[in-house]
Design a protein around this ligand. Structure first.
Ligand SMILES: NC(=O)c1ccc[n+]([C@@H]2O[C@H](COP(=O)([O-])OP(=O)(O)OC[C@H]3O[C@@H](n4cnc5c(N)ncnc54)[C@H](O)[C@@H]3O)[C@@H](O)[C@H]2O)c1
Length: 267
């Protein structure tokens, strides 16, 4: 992809920036002129992504962040604002599936994940803490900075799991449904400040998180069969949607849901 002007001069914080969709979104934002602060808990991977962006001529750095920690969010936003002078874009992309390593994900008919009656409160709370509370804390932390900047764009990664149910982990569905509605509440509360908030709803995208449920098993076959466009998503498919929502091209879009799922939920 050639560098373009779609985010020229903007300062963007991207969580989950060490891997998958977050890393690709960071690359795309930088390729389109943004100064990008990648945040994650996988420090080595995050630093590698930032170095790749810089080597390609972009502006990026990596900063460690646990999205569930309010004090870390406050410190992060203060540091970014002090260094770059403003914050224009927040991509809330960090997330967890809550699936134990090695466990396959079911797509239809057969319950192979944790049934909700077997789900521990601890697992429920952990998924909600990262996927839902993390988005709240990030949003809360950047809004004052965006107000000082005269506006901004918050792009929250929900999922098709935030729109429809399935046999998959109920806590994951609940956390992503929370992101969907939280985004609309944010949009309404801060429209007067020209702060926009929109949610992105990916279908099944080949990333380290999703791969166990996509490749070489029955759930993957069922999911492929249910995807009209006949392939799983790539991180770039989602990153381009994030770019659109982050840019001024969407200056009249807020509280919206952008579904990018190969047509799966059109069925
Ligand atoms: N891949 C898919 O099929 C798919 C579909 C719909 C939605 N999503 C969502 O997209 C987002 C990105 O997922 P991905 O598929 O790229 O997976 P991924 O595992 O490649 O990336 C997720 C990143 O989030 C980071 N993270 C987890 N907990 C964190 C925390 N507490 N603080 C900071 N960072 C943390 C991880 O370290 C990881 O780098 C997630 O919110 C996920 O739920 C993914």
């Amino acid at each position: 992809m050639q560098p373009g002007p779609r985010l020229s001069g903007k300062v963007a914080i991207v969580t989950g920036g060490a891997s998958g969709i977050g890393a690709e979104t960071g690359r795309v934002f930088a390729a389109h002129g943004a100064s990008v602060v990648l945040c994650d808990m996988q420090d080595d991977l995050g630093q590698t992504v930032a170095a790749e962006i810089v080597a390609a001529g972009g502006t990026a750095e990596y900063r460690p962040l646990d999205v569930t920690d309010e004090a870390q969010w406050t410190a992060l936003v203060a540091a970014v604002e002090a260094k770059y002078g403003k914050v224009n874009v927040l991509g809330n992309i960090a997330g967890v599936s809550g699936r134990p390593a090695g466990q396959t994900v079911q797509a239809s008919g057969v319950m192979t994940g944790v049934a909700l009656t077997d789900m521990s409160l601890e697992l429920w709370n952990r998924i909600m803490e990262v996927n839902s509370t993390g988005v709240f804390l990030g949003t809360k932390a950047v809004i004052p900075a965006m107000q000082r900047a005269g506006g901004g764009s918050i792009v929250n990664i929900s999922s098709i799991c935030g729109i429809v149910g399935s046999f998959a982990n109920a806590a994951y569905h609940a956390s992503k449904g929370s992101v969907r509605i939280f985004t609309k509440a944010t949009a309404i509360q801060y429209a007067r400040d020209q702060i926009r908030a929109n949610s992105v709803h990916p279908g099944f995208v080949d990333t380290p998180m999703a791969r166990p449920g996509l490749l070489g098993n029955e759930s993957g076959k069922a999911r492929m069969d249910a995807t009209p466009l006949g392939r799983f998503g790539k991180p770039i498919d989602i990153a381009m949607g994030c770019l659109f929502l982050a840019s001024d091209e969407t200056s009249w879009m807020t509280g919206s849901e952008l579904v990018i799922d190969g047509g799966m939920t059109a069925n």
